[in-house]
Write a protein that binds this ligand. Structure first.
Ligand code: NAI
Ligand code: MG
Length: 362
């Protein structure tokens, strides 16, 4: 059966790391994988061609594809275009219309890079944790969301944290299902001591756990204490599930445990389709379009290639192939090849193509 991928390279280094990933996809196709790739514009490049950050036609392709690979969008060229057509609007429209509510951010420390972490080697060596962030609810979207004059030269800003039972239940299910494919442990983080949404969060996670997931170990932690534990002893965690705001912060903290922005993949998953059971999914590196290094052919392609690895794992159930790709990345790093962002003494400096070739060779 053909597997369809929609590639949205975007701007800046997006097309450079996407071309590298295409080389990897071609390798898998040369070994019988059967991926059919389509490509379209998104972000600033779509704005230049069509006056919008993503066209309706591309949205239709996105809905139809088995998985979307997204590069990065934005750059100084588009800093002053209108709010509704700014590059990020393309990504936000995809997230919203595909209802990609589950954001997976793995933090993996490759043995060869353990010294690049903000923490001591022994604390992070072999680290492999997964932060699962609720992506479509919470305080970033809740109403009212206003700034009003309240007299005496004072203003009042209001953001509203809203979570409904179904939103917490569906992200909990994803957490338990992911944990089963890993080390079978979920840590749920909220602030039930000061927030009603935290009370409901804990209640619903606990209830969901009782219905079909009791084989998975579940623990609860207050999100501030969780932040502390994440930098004190990160290896205690397997899957961390948390809301949109806490997940935004905790996943950035976890990113620094691994050292480099050029290494971090992510996945955003939607609800399973009622007929096919298949989840909508978008895979993208955590980094942006890196205008400072765009056009030089020096970008680190690993975050984008590893994002394709997540697509193999979560959209196509090609677990052995995903493991093989991760092992190839680790092996290439073990041999000492480094893009400039990872460069350290005694290592071999390579460009984007060189890193890609080293991974394909492994
Ligand atoms: P950035 O992630 O693009 O770059 C931050 C720093 O990390 C830069 O020094 C860059 O050279 C370096 N870097 C990033 N990825 C790299 C890679 N693969 N290889 C080597 N070095 C890498 O973040 P920044 O500079 O804050 O934003 C630049 C543009 O990207 C902005 O327009 C921003 O809005 C956009 N952006 C887009 C995102 C997306 O498409 N999802 C996410 C974050 C930012
Ligand atoms: Mg963030």
């Amino acid at each position: 059966m053909t597997k369809t991928l929609l590639l949205l390279p975007g701007d800046g280094i997006g097309p450079e790391v996407m071309a590298a990933t295409r080389t990897v996809i071609d390798w898998f196709n040369g070994h019988g994988a059967g991926f059919a790739c389509d490509e379209a514009l998104v972000g600033g490049s779509a704005y230049d061609a069509h006056g919008v950050a993503i066209t309706d036609e591309t949205m239709q392709k996105a809905v139809a594809a088995d998985a979307i690979l997204f590069g990065a969008v934005g750059g100084p060229k588009w800093d002053d275009v209108g709010y509704d057509v700014r590059p990020e609007a393309g990504l936000l429209r995809l997230r919203k219309e595909l209802e990609l509510f589950a954001n997976l951010r793995p933090a993996i420390v490759y043995p060869a890079l353990a010294d690049a972490s903000s923490l001591k080697r022994e604390l992070v060596e072999g680290l492999d944790i997964l932060i699962l962030r609720e992506l479509t609810g919470g305080v970033y979207f809740g109403e009212p969301k206003t700034i009003t004059d309240i007299g005496n030269g004072q203003k009042r800003a209001i953001d509203t944290q809203v979570y409904d039972t179904y939103e917490i239940e569906r992200i909990s299910r994803v957490a338990f299902e992911l944990a089963r494919t890993r080390r079978n442990k979920v840590t749920s983080m909220e602030k039930r001591n000061v927030m009603k949404s935290g009370v409901l969060w804990r209640e619903v996670v606990t209830e969901t756990h009782k219905h079909g997931y009791e084989d998975v170990e579940l623990e609860h932690m207050l999100a501030d204490a969780g932040g502390m534990q994440l930098v004190r002893a990160p290896k205690q965690f397997d899957v961390i599930v948390t809301d949109n705001l806490f997940g935004d912060m905790l996943s950035d903290v976890a990113a620094m445990l691994t050292g480099s922005l050029g290494m971090l993949p992510s996945a955003s998953l939607g609800a399973p389709d009622a007929l096919t059971g298949k989840r909508r999914a978008l895979y993208e590196p955590v980094h942006g379009s890196a205008p400072d290094i765009a056009g030089q052919g020096n970008a680190n392609p690993i975050a984008m290639i590893a994002s394709f690895g997540m697509a193999l794992r979560y959209s196509f159930e090609m677990i052995a192939e995903a493991d093989r790709l991760d092992a190839a990345i680790a092996a290439a790093l073990d041999k000492g090849v480094r893009t400039p962002d990872l460069m350290s003494e005694g290592m071999t400096k390579v460009d984007t193509d060189g890193m890609t070739a080293a991974i394909v060779a492994e």
